[in-house]
Design a protein around this ligand. Sequence first.
Ligand SMILES: Nc1ncnc2c1ncn2[C@@H]1O[C@H](COP(=O)(O)OP(=O)(O)OP(=O)(O)O)[C@@H](O)[C@H]1O
Ligand SMILES: [Mg+2]
Length: 232
Amino acid sequence: MLEIQGLTVSYHGLQALDGISMHVDAGEFMAVIGANGAGKTTLVKTIIGLLRPDAGSIRLNGQEIIGCSPYELVGRGIATVPEGRRLFAELTVRENLLLGAYLPRMRSDAPRRMKKVFEIFPRLSDRLNQFAGLMSGGEQQMLAIGRALMSEPQLLILDEPSLGLSPKLVDEVLAVVAGLHTAGRSVLLVEQNVQMALRLADRGYAFSNGRVLLEGSDLLERPEVKQAYLGM
Ligand SMILES: Nc1ncnc2c1ncn2[C@@H]1O[C@H](COP(=O)(O)OP(=O)(O)OP(=O)(O)O)[C@@H](O)[C@H]1O
Ligand SMILES: [Mg+2]
């Protein structure tokens, strides 16, 4: 469904991704792991049209999407839970959710979409008129996921959703992500929480310095992963 080839991205001449090739199949749960600065967020931003690569291709269902705006890509079925959540603190829960369904055809259908989000996160429906900035960290992450789900994406990309959450909330949030995958969505999960991410995912890629170091469905068993990421 998503096919990336030879993706090279730089910031003012400094290379952050160096010829990344990877793919996410329809209905697949894919994890991307890697140390700070490995290029994970750069990958996410490039997929969703916030960064323009120097070289490479990104195909969604066979069609090149480099050059598409973030807005267009939401319409094509890609939604993101960005690093650091990026909620609008001074807007309410309801307003933040509506921003996830801002395309006209989604807007007119927003109440039904919102109801589906509340089935996953009942807590959000109790706080519809609360300012997003006053929600707890866990609630904010749920709202960020809920906002992404408002566009009913075929591919959901999450950039470190567990960051800053207590272990219990990490379990809760990642269980929701696993549930979304079970319900048929393709997932691309970027996580520092390597063990959990790889356990949940069908397959994973380990990034290092802007390159794919390892790829497979057995990354947790690999000595390089155990050593570099799990301290074993
Ligand atoms: N806006 C920017 N301008 C210049 N350099 C940047 C910018 N954003 C990221 N970089 C650099 O690109 C490289 C990759 O950064 P990126 O944010 O993609 O890493 P990451 O894997 O997401 O790290 P983390 O786990 O800390 O979020 C780093 O060396 C970083 O310093
Ligand atoms: Mg990052």
